[in-house]
Design a binder for this molecule. Structure first.
Ligand code: ADP
Length: 447
């Protein structure tokens, strides 16, 4: 087993990884930018190394600074968390070349799934249903036109290298395709340095359902059930839960078995999430994330499995600690992403946290690096805390969530807490009967 793990991330996920390491008797090294010298992950880790100035490109995304930090601290493995370098195949390769283990899948699998067009082809070949769409990258607008006609409007133009909901354009009718095509290409080029785009059928009212998997790299892949992430804004998740209130009995299990069997054939290693849209009883693959997800705790709450611990075990060449028959699902869990943002415009709201109080009690988990007096830097993602609540069933969970939100105090910056309080007064939210566009319609952001 590893002796020392360097955590190449910040905020709540750096803390999350640190906690599992400590519980496995592994020492931790935090890395931080100059803007994060006082961050909680730096305070709690056994050691810390400053890796550069505040902008992420110069620090958390600086492969060589992180490699140097591994060398000065003699870390034998790196956990990348999510975001930053977590899906960067070259980073995984460089580490391995230096004898440092990457806690994640092989570079080959990261690369394969990182390109969404290649991922679609792989999924299809593995027998996983995909959204009808173009077989490869679109060469030009003429090809886009032909394919869009074939698929039928509305369609969505998406970046092959996409992530975080960027580089996506919905096209309702043929006349709008050319502009959407150029916009998506430009956005993809600017955001990912790769302007390849493809076109897919746009589903008008689907749910977002994803399957959590964990593989040992030798052909054994467990599925840990589904998560429903249909409460979204600008194609980004805000609230997640498990199990899904929308699936009929057995549907999630059947999909999970299909996905686990397919990824077993690839000998997939570590944590992964296969994302689907679900409409009219059918699942359609959209992408796979080859890393831990923000919303992984809801799965942990209903299975009792520490996903980070399993990731570390398989990266160190050990067996998974359980088999599929040992996986038991119990109760219901939800997660609210607490962002530091303006409640109306959703613009980031960084600054001094004058007072922070985390809720507690049975079934309440808060993953956060916040403390009173912490200054949220303006350089990074606005996620400042995750409130995760477990209940015997969904209704119990929602009542407990209401209670937990009423205890939570974040003063000094605006947050998404009032939005969740408002949602808890809405019948549609409480009944779970929404699709991925419902929140935007509810907020008046969309017709
Ligand atoms: P990203 O990698 O940027 O997160 P995804 O492909 O995972 O992009 O899609 C993110 C979200 O965008 C989905 O959860 C869904 O809300 C919306 N979306 C993506 N593809 C489609 C589609 N074909 N039809 C309708 N909505 C879609």
């Amino acid at each position: 087993m590893f002796k020392k793990v360097l955590i190449a991330n910040r905020g709540e996920i750096a803390l999350r990884v640190h906690r599992s390491c400590q519980e496995m008797g592994i020492e931790t090294v935090a890395v931080h930018s100059l803007a994060d010298s006082d961050a909680m992950h730096v305070r709690l880790a056994d050691e810390s190394v400053c890796i550069g100035p505040p902008p992420a490109a110069d620090s958390y995304l600086n492969t060589y600074a992180i490699l140097s930090a591994c060398q000065v601290s003699s870390a034998d493995a790196v956990h990348p968390g999510y975001g930053f370098l977590s899906e960067n195949a070259s980073f995984a390769e460089i580490l391995e070349e230096h004898g440092i283990s990457f806690i994640g899948p092989t570079a080959e699998h990261i690369r394969l799934m990182g390109d969404k067009i290649a991922a679609r082809t792989t999924a299809k070949d593995l027998g996983i249903p995909v959204v009808p769409g173009s077989p490869g990258a679109l060469q030009d607008i003429a090809e886009a036109r032909v394919l869009a006609e074939e698929i039928g409007y509305p369609v969505i133009v998406k970046a092959a290298a996409g992530g975080g909901g960027r580089g996506m354009q919905v096209v309702q009718e043929a006349g709008d395709l050319e502009q959407a095509f150029s916009l998506a290409r430009a956005e993809a080029g600017a955001a990912f340095g790769d302007s390849s785009v493809y076109v897919e059928k746009y589903l008008p009212a689907p749910r977002h359902i994803e399957i959590q998997v964990m593989g040992d790299g030798r052909g054994k892949v467990l599925h840990l059930g589904e998560r429903d992430c249909s409460i979204q804004r600008r194609h980004q998740k805000l609230f997640e839960e498990a199990p899904s209130p929308a699936l009929k009995s057995g549907e999630g299990t059947r999909l999970g078995e299909l996905v686990a069997e397919a990824l077993g054939r690839l000998c997939y290693r570590g944590a992964g999430t296969v994302e689907f849209l679900y409409q009219d009883g059918e699942f359609y693959f959209i992408e796979m994330n080859t890393r831990l997800q923000v919303e992984h705790p809801v799965t942990e709450m209903i299975t009792g499995i520490d996903l980070v611990r399993e990731q570390i075990r398989v990266a160190a060449g050990e067996e998974l600690s359980l088999s599929q028959d040992d996986v038991r699902f119990k109760g219901h869990a939800v997660e609210c992403r607490i962002n530091a943002e303006d409640p109306d415009s959703f613009a980031p709201s960084p600054g001094l946290v004058e007072r922070f109080h985390a809720p507690g009690g049975l079934g309440v988990r808060v993953d956060s690096g916040l403390y009173s007096g912490f200054r949220i830097p303006p350089y990074y993602d606005s996620l400042i805390a995750k409130l995760i609540v477990y209940g015997d069933d969904r209704d119990h969970c929602m009542l407990r969530l209401k209670r937990a939100l009423s205890e939570m105090v974040v003063e000094g910056v605006d947050t998404s807490i009032p939005l969740f309080q408002r949602l808890l007064g809405e019948d549609v939210f409480l009944s779970g009967g929404y699709d991925i566009h419902w929140l935007e319609r509810y907020l008046g952001l969309k017709e």
